[in-house]
Design a protein around this ligand. Sequence first.
Ligand SMILES: *Cc1c(COP(=O)(O)O)cnc(C)c1O
Length: 405
Amino acid sequence: MTNTPVTRALFDEVMVPNYAPAPVIPVRGKGSRIWDQSDNEYIDFAGGIAVTSVGHSHPKLVATLKEQGEKLWHISNVMTNEPALRLAKKLTDATFAQKVYFANSGAEANEAAFKLARRFAVDHFGEEKNEIIAFEQGFHGRTLFTVSVGGQPKYSQGFGPALEGITHLPYNDIKALEAAVSNKTCAIIMEPLQGEGGIIDADPAFIKRARELCDQHNALLVLDEVQTGAGRLGTLYGYQQTGVIPDILTTAKGLGNGFPVAAMLTTDKVATSLAIGTHGSTYGGNPLACSIAEAVIDIVNTPEVLAGVNAKSKRFKAGLEAINIRLPFCNEVRGKGLLLGCALNSEYQGRAGEFLKAAQAKGLLVLVAGPNVIRMAPSLLIPEADIDAGLAILEAAISDIINAT
Ligand SMILES: *Cc1c(COP(=O)(O)O)cnc(C)c1O
């Protein structure tokens, strides 16, 4: 066998072209820093797209991975396992839910949630009650059902006939929602804060009205907390800041800190519709994944860490606002906890990707949320010094872009 050099060029040779990765290849990480093949250092405000919730190579997670790795990786759902049961107990103790279904990704948890919502309606009210109400710009994953429920047509077009029975409405539009919900509605599905869609928070009145309309029409409220969950917004789950309790909640991304794991949480009553044989997964809830998620929950779900998220959020927002006074680049710094966005001003519309690249070239990883929003989702444990150092790099990158315009 020849020793092919592992370079970015090899990507174009051997990988399906659905991604356009950066020119460098990261090889290790620690906390909120990562290093590439040439040992260049980056401060990580991206968190692997809101995933590495406690930072790279957290010592407790490394220890858990090694310990469980030497015990039992996989057994299938023909038998249950200790980490899955412990994790399910932790998630139900910490939330509205009494029942848990484990999956491997956000899309899979949502797939289970959407199937359950339909099944529950069919079981209790009949085949006619199958309409799902979802929102424009919403994002729920990339399987066929989840792109169909998602509110970004570019992700669902070109894959043959669309799934039926899904209505998309403008987010935060109470009147449109009131007009659309009927006795045919089986579920209203939303993110409590749209992540991919541009860091747009649900109006408290909107989410409250969605809950009321669900109650009036025997529909289920499904909250997709794949991005907002696991402490990201400064509470273990985002709904805990809204006063509204969902019937189904999905969680993934930050739950495993990079190890693929996801969960769908629901009530005793709703869970009955996922009766034996109705749904399943080979890997979902395997001991290795669940042991890591359990360790993540143990780290994140403490008053100190959650208060820390809110304190870091304030520092982050103040820093971004100060940059914007010196170098006006955005209309608004928005978001909650450590899921933050800068909505570019009229001068820089459509150019979020340029800011991402400029920051990366200077040693800072950020995200975008569409073409007009720079998004940040760092580790919930990011040290203040890394926030400040990263913001200084961001300011230098913004300065370059402003001066080149
Ligand atoms: C990322 C994301 C998903 C999809 O998760 P995958 O693990 O990529 O399948 C679903 N919903 C929301 C809100 C997300 O941010």
